[in-house]
Design a protein around this ligand. Structure first.
Ligand code: SF4
Ligand code: SF4
Length: 283
């Protein structure tokens, strides 16, 4: 099973919920967690351990000037504006290139070849015999998050249970994270911003045809609007985590309530059971 955890905005506590769920599940079965927030991965802080590192490269075009006739077809083809040709001179903007290989394909002279450029790494941490963390890390200044996420997720293939922790927002990296997921857990908080961004994230899951449910984090008890929205969209509310001083004190020092506060490991196992029930019921 592949479970994506997303939120329409940052700061909802999504990664903390993800870490607690993974920790609780790992007590009964092997779990692989993939940190897809490659610009700011932080799950390794919950699961410290040594790691192996694998580079992630993308292909960028290289022009052989001795073959180029200056026709400009490559520049005209590039819809991303990554390659321009002015009076036979090429200008390349690597941060805009999507490595689609199109410029090489359309070049009538066969003057373009694709060369690898490293954009990030994927780190594999064996935190425990039943909990493995795979973290994608995008190089500073890079914008090509999807290839790093794709590589990180690929390294979790073949495991019975993989949890993908998505970046905040609803942009391309989130789409890449949610691709192929069997279920999407949306973490929100009971504020107007939380509701607004939940609506966006729920829309993405719906567009992608991924069944979804909601976890309300840091609830102050004023969840009527979130609950009404979920009811209107047929989204089950899987769990409500209260705004609680004891929980905050554990989380403020980077701890996991599933380990530190009795009973919370079972609540997270219950959350997972609700996800399975929701999938089975087709809601
Ligand atoms: S590989 Fe694709 S995106 Fe990159 S420069 Fe060529 S056409 Fe543009
Ligand atoms: S398409 Fe090929 S020949 Fe034409 S400008 Fe580009 S590299 Fe040169």
């Amino acid at each position: 099973m592949r479970l994506a955890i997303a939120s329409g905005k940052g700061g909802t506590g999504k990664s903390t919920v993800c870490a607690n769920l993974a920790q609780s599940l790992s007590e009964t079965q092997p779990v692989v967690v993939v940190d897809c927030d490659v610009e700011e991965p932080n799950l390794h802080l919950f699961f410290p351990s040594d790691c192996d590192e694998t580079g992630v490269t993308v292909g960028n075009p290289k022009v052989d000037k001795s073959l180029c006739k200056g026709c400009g077809d490559c520049g005209r083809f590039c819809r991303y504006g990554a390659l321009t040709v002015v009076k036979g001179d090429h200008t390349f903007f690597p941060e805009l290139c999507h490595s689609c290989n199109g410029c090489a394909i359309v070049c009538p002279q066969g003057a373009i070849s694709m060369i690898p450029r490293k954009v990030g790494v994927v780190r594999s941490h064996e935190h425990s015999p039943t909990l493995r963390l795979i973290s994608g890390v995008l190089n500073e200044g890079e914008v090509q998050a999807p290839p790093v996420i794709h590589k990180a997720k690929g390294m979790a293939d073949g495991n019975a249970l993989a949890i993908y922790d998505a970046p905040p927002g609803i942009a391309c990296p989130v789409i890449e994270t949610m691709k192929g997921a069997d279920y999407c857990m949306l973490v929100t908080e009971s504020t107007p911003f939380g509701l607004h961004d939940l609506e966006l994230a729920a829309g993405v899951a719906q567009e992608m045809g991924i069944p979804a449910g909601v976890v309300i984090n840091r609830s102050d008890g004023s969840d009527d609007e979130i609950n009404d929205f979920c009811a209107s969209k047929g989204l089950p509310v899987l769990m409500t985590i209260p705004f609680d001083r004891r929980i905050a004190s554990v989380q403020n020092i980077g701890g996991l309530i599933s380990l530190e506060i009795p009973g919370w490991d079972n609540r997270f196992l219950g959350l997972f059971r609700k996800i399975l029930d929701s999938m089975e019921a087709g809601v």
